[in-house]
Ligand binder design. Structure first.
Ligand SMILES: [Zn+2]
Length: 296
């Protein structure tokens, strides 16, 4: 059974609510931002269930269950990027975004409902890049960082100089762009964008926690980006003879061999297609016959 409860860590006027297991999935890190007039919470996680601090407003970085598992605690306005809005309003649409085989959909639906307390939030409204929330003496500005999901967003908190980068989470797993609405191209642009902020603190939603200093953040970002390059290299090596997308998915670019589940094949397939596309664009791979690809 998951435990609840979080640890508070202070970064200037920003409070990070470190979730269970340092915020590793199924947990996550939430952020509490207090101004003189209003308080908001970002990404209420599973660890806030039963212990959620009061807030006037909830912001959600993107519509994945680990970022909204504590949302049912809040009967206040909730905002998310307009491109993830439909998935927050409807759990059914959230599940569709995972693009699972139809026989796995019901199980996922039940898991989101029972373990992550995800319920429809038809009252949720959208924000866009650059939307500013003025809490009184402290602002939170939306920084759209798409790729992980289409609406995935970070939040710049000033004057503290804290950028919440959510699921640009810097873990060794690397960037995840395996949903139906994910985009590797957008993810890479988002990684470039958040590199240029030059703030004091960078808060991730998971176990890498908060990184201090732009230099250290850039180094961690390099390692994170390198995972994408390794996936390219793995794919190129595998394409020493013609292969289908199905064979690439089976070979795997994302998950280690012991990982099983209905999500593995579709995520591997969508990831493989995106890597194939960019290697073809770069002239490193060619479609030698219908549906079979080979390194040039
Ligand atoms: Zn996510």
């Amino acid at each position: 059974m998951p435990t609840t409860g979080y640890a508070e860590r202070q970064y200037g006027g920003v409070t990070v609510l470190v979730g269970g297991e340092l915020g590793a999935y199924p947990y996550a890190n939430s952020v509490l931002v207090r101004g003189t007039a209003e308080t908001l919470v970002i990404d209420p996680s599973l660890s806030l269930v039963g212990t959620a601090p009061p807030a006037d407003l909830v912001l959600v970085s993107h519509a994945h269950e680990d970022h909204v598992a504590g949302l049912a605690e809040y009967e206040v306005p909730v905002r998310i990027h307009e491109k993830d809005l439909a998935a927050l309003r409807s759990r059914e649409i959230m599940v569709e975004g995972y693009g699972l085989p139809s026989d796995a959909t019901e199980h996922t639906h039940a898991m989101l409902r029972d373990h992550f307390h995800v319920r429809d939030r038809p009252d949720a409204t959208g924000f866009e890049d650059g939307t500013v929330f003025d809490l009184g003496g402290r602002t939170v500005t939306v920084v759209h960082l798409p790729g992980h999901t289409a609406g995935h967003s970070g939040f710049l908190i000033e004057p503290d100089g804290f950028l919440f980068v959510a699921d640009i989470d810097l873990t060794s797993f690397g960037p995840y762009y395996g949903d139906v609405g994910s985009s590797l191209t957008d993810f890479e642009a988002s990684l470039r964008r958040c590199r240029d902020f030059g703030v004091r603190w960078y808060g991730t939603a998971h176990q890498k926690g908060v990184i201090e200093g732009a230099g250290e953040f850039a180094r961690r970002l390099d390692d994170f980006v390198e995972v994408v390059e390794k996936r390219d290299a793995t794919l190129l090596a595998f394409l020493d003879e013609p292969r289908t997308v199905e064979e690439i998915a089976e070979h795997r670019l994302v998950y280690r061999p012991h990982i099983q589940g209905p999500h593995v094949e579709p995520v591997e397939r969508r990831t493989a297609v995106q890597h194939l596309d960019r290697l073809i664009d770069a002239g490193l791979v060619t479609e030698v016959e219908q549906g079979r690809f080979r390194a040039t």
